[in-house]
Design a protein around this ligand. Structure first.
Ligand code: NDP
Length: 481
């Protein structure tokens, strides 16, 4: 190439480079377009919160620590599963710095650390959220309206269900996703665990000391679980792993599960076996329904973040943990993502002009969660106590719970809250299944915690054995008063 040719090409090359620069600048500016975020817009608002974190698993609580330590008033809305999925795990042996710690203890420690630093917690979930205007408007199930200056979404994921005949009908009466909660109900019984991942292996470990025998149904000819988890279940004496097997049907005797139909996808044959319990561990689905049409998601519903940051498609909104990560799905990684999200939120707040002067100006307009008073929930242990109670004109709601049931503990604040709210209209009663007489548990066919049973005029009118968010529990209770 001679000099003349180079000179001729120089101008087009320069034009192309300038155009590319403009496109790149626009792209950056598009994701970072903060011109519509006017800090003075917040002065006429109430219930303001600089950082609102949705979800209280490892991602949410790690974000809380960093946001608060960066000097921002921070609120964690605990969500439908306070503490997240780790509360349903038994021992965690891969959390850096902890040789062996109970999942629920780890989450409790994180909560205490957050509280000590000054993070506020709200035992509620968000029912409505509007990311189209700023400050972002959030409405909780309890009707609390918040103006969030930044939002970190750490809503995690929920266990997937099979959607096969019998699953819904026998939910809580032999079908469950929580071994740590329900294993004690299956003492010396035969159960199946469906799934071949780490969660399924974890359920096997939790069930094995209680049950007579476990059949583990893996739909492929190999596990998905990590080598470490496979190694741990290898030695279990009362476990049989059945490969290439799929669960097709769940049968029962109206009261509880007594058999299942299993399909062998290699031999194409079906087999019916007697069984007392079905434990599902077939993966998770992200909790993102609330953000549909507002934030960019992938085909499976996971929130998209612009790596290496935790930014979502809306400036000021960040996502961390299992709600955006379908690859690693580890508590440690969720925690790291939560930390990144908090740092991103801090940068965002600085970039829009949030500083100590602004913080001082809105000091009296910040949201402060209410502090709850003494409990009005009573406890019973015997059939005689129950018989006396249900003679009353007021409907009665029984909450069968256990200390080893994370969902039960997570729902307790909502149960206490409703007990206070509807004290005159309904009796709210707790029954600790480990303390109550056997008769009371068996006569009411309680095979799962949590289980809620409602009596009206001495008769059972409803029964529910699944986790309920505060709003779901409110709607459930309202049907009977
Ligand atoms: P995974 O997605 O890892 O595994 C799901 C399992 O369920 C797979 O074996 C899958 O089969 C099977 N499955 C999915 N759908 C069906 C269906 N319809 N019928 C039958 N089987 C089905 O989910 P997990 O919940 O086990 O784990 C999620 C993440 O959490 C992982 O990253 C895991 O490592 C982590 N985790 C770690 C733990 C630990 O370290 N102690 C404990 C629990 C979870 P297939 O393989 O054929 O797709």
């Amino acid at each position: 190439m001679n000099n003349n040719m180079l000179k001729k090409l120089l101008i087009p090359i320069l034009i192309v480079l300038i155009l590319l620069g403009v496109i790149f600048y626009k792209k950056i500016n598009k994701t970072e377009n903060l011109s519509s975020y006017n800090i003075t817009d917040i002065y006429d608002k109430n219930n303001i919160m600089p950082v609102v974190i949705l979800g209280s698993g490892p991602a949410g609580q790690s974000a809380g620590i960093y946001a608060c330590r960066a000097g921002f008033k921070t609120l964690i809305i605990e969500g439908s599963k306070p503490g997240g999925q780790l509360t349903e795990t038994s021992y965690v042996e891969n959390w850096p710095g902890e040789k062996k710690v109970l999942g629920s203890d780890l989450m409790q420690k994180l909560k205490e650390q957050n509280e000590k630093l000054g993070v506020s917690f709200l035992a509620d979930d968000v029912s409505k959220i509007d990311f189209s205007k700023w400050p972002f408007e959030l409405i909780t199930s309890e009707g609390i309206k918040l103006n969030a200056l930044s939002v970190i979404i750490a809503t995690g994921s929920s266990p997937r269900k099979l959607n096969i005949p019998g699953e819904k009908e026998y939910w809580g009466r032999g079908v469950t996703t929580c071994a740590i909660c329900d294993a004690p109900f299956y003492k010396d019984k035969n159960v199946i665990v469906v799934g071949g991942g780490d969660s399924a292996a974890e359920q096997v470990l939790q069930l094995s000391p209680h049950v007579k025998h476990i059949n583990m149904l893996v739909r492929k000819d190999k596990f998905r679980a990590s080598a470490a988890m496979q190694e741990r279940i290898k030695e279990i004496k009362n476990l049989t792993v059945l490969y290439n097997k799929e669960l097709k049907n769940i049968f029962g005797n109206q009261e509880h599960v007594n058999a299942v139909e299993i399909y062998d996808n290699k031999t194409k044959t079906t087999n019916k076996i007697n069984i007392d319990g079905v434990f599902l561990a077939i993966g998770h689905i992200p909790n993102t329904a609330l953000f549909k049409d507002q934030l960019d998601m992938d085909g499976a519903g996971y929130l998209k973040v612009s790596c290496p940051s935790q930014k979502t498609s809306v400036a000021g909104v960040f996502a961390a943990g299992d709600v955006e990560d379908h690859i690693y799905m580890q508590a440690g990684i969720a925690s790291g993502a939560g930390i990144k999200a908090a740092l991103d939120a801090g940068n965002f707040l600085h970039n829009i002009g949030y500083n100590s002067t602004v913080a001082q100006k809105i000091e009296n307009k910040l949201y402060e969660p209410e502090i709850s008073g003494p409990s009005v929930v009573s406890s019973i242990k015997t059939m005689a106590e129950l018989n006396k109670l249900i003679k009353s004109k007021k409907p009665v709601i029984l909450d069968f719970w256990a200390h080893h049931c994370p969902s039960c503990l997570q729902m307790m604040p909502a149960f206490e809250y409703l007990a206070k709210k509807f004290e005159d209209k309904m009796s709210f009663v707790k029954i600790d299944i480990d303390e109550a007489e056997k008769d009371l548990i068996e006569k009411l066919y309680v095979l799962k915690v949590p289980t809620f049973i409602v009596y009206k005029e001495g008769q059972i009118v409803a029964r529910f054995s699944e986790f309920m968010t505060k709003s779901q529990m409110t709607n459930f209770v309202k049907k009977f008063i």
